[in-house]
Design a protein around this ligand. Structure first.
Ligand code: AMP
Ligand code: FE
Ligand code: FE
Ligand code: ZN
Length: 280
């Protein structure tokens, strides 16, 4: 049997592995195909494609966008997007600026609580254009302001805690269109983690192509529920570990093994729908 992991993060967003390290883990675990889905970035894809090529694995370009529909947050995975697409790159730069400003605001809120964390120390640690709360948590632990990442989230960074700052999000319909115009397939990420079941029909209407049925945090029953939904709405099925390296405890790559037949269906679907340059 051949398997894939289609949900992975590197240090180009809030993961801790380089594209080469992540590829090495994927190769050791025997994967046939990997996709990189950094938050609001496709920057790591060229290096990951090269590393996968050298390791004899298939690579799918991807990204993970934060979106909302009717005030419900959801994450959209874009697969096979053209990493040179101008509109995609321009929008990603905007989302990255939102992330950077949000880090400044979180630091200001911590400072107001007499917690001396500087935004610059978060940026230095993150060393990427797409920083997020895990970087704030790591910077707090590094500066001795918290004992663990979990403590940083639980006390300060979780929704509703004093340093939590809402993130401006694009509409899910815009997100689907953005992915499509870049030649990609739009997939709803980890539906079991968001309260998104009711919005699935609307997104299908807007052109949603697939749904992430298999995810580290989906129980068997949850995966089965979304497999049934994929069947009902004629959606592609994807799955991945959502590995962030060491930024969420231990590396998750290997916990989800998507049967390769689903990769074949993705490739068929993208071949049917677009002539844009793909998978580079
Ligand atoms: P952001 O995009 O900045 O809102 O950060 C979201 C990231 O933080 C996602 O990758 C989450 O999985 C991660 N995250 C959320 N809660 C925790 C937690 N308790 N510990 C570590 N990471 C978390
Ligand atoms: Fe993340
Ligand atoms: Fe996500
Ligand atoms: Zn993710």
């Amino acid at each position: 049997m051949k398997f894939a992991d289609l949900h992975l993060h590197t240090s180009f967003s809030d993961g801790t592995f380089s594209p080469e390290e992540l590829t090495g883990h994927g190769q050791r675990l025997g994967f046939a195909a990997l996709a990189l889905t950094d938050h609001d970035s496709v920057e790591g894809c060229a290096r990951m494609a090269a590393a996968c090529g050298a390791a004899g694995m298939e690579f799918i370009t991807g990204t993970e966008l934060t979106a909302e529909h009717n005030d419900i947050e959801l994450h959209l995975l874009g697969y096979f997007v053209d990493p040179q697409n101008e509109k995609l790159l321009a929008d990603l730069v905007r989302f990255q600026a939102v992330r950077q400003n949000r880090i400044r605001e979180m630091a200001a809120r911590l400072n107001a609580l007499n917690i001396p964390l500087e935004a610059e120390s978060v940026f230095a640690l993150a060393n990427c254009k797409s920083p997020g709360r895990p970087h704030v948590a790591r910077a707090m632990v590094k500066a001795g302001l918290c004992k663990s990442l979990d403590e940083a989230f639980a006390r300060y960074l979780k929704k509703g805690r004093p340093a939590w700052v809402p993130k401006a999000k694009m509409s899910a319909l815009e997100g689907i269109e953005l992915i499509h115009q870049a030649g990609g397939l739009a997939v709803m990420a980890h539906p079991g983690l968001n309260r998104t079941d009711n919005v699935i029909p609307v997104l299908v209407e807007a052109g949603l192509n697939g749904i992430e049925c298999f995810h580290t945090k989906h129980s068997t029953a949850t995966s089965e529920r979304y497999l049934e939904m994929a069947d009902k709405f004629h959606l592609l099925v994807t799955g991945g570990s959502d590995c962030h390296g060491f930024s969420k405890g231990k590396p998750l790559i290997g916990t989800v093994k998507l049967p390769y037949v689903h990769v074949e269906k993705l490739k068929e679907a993208v071949g049917r729908k677009t002539v844009a340059p793909l998978n580079r």
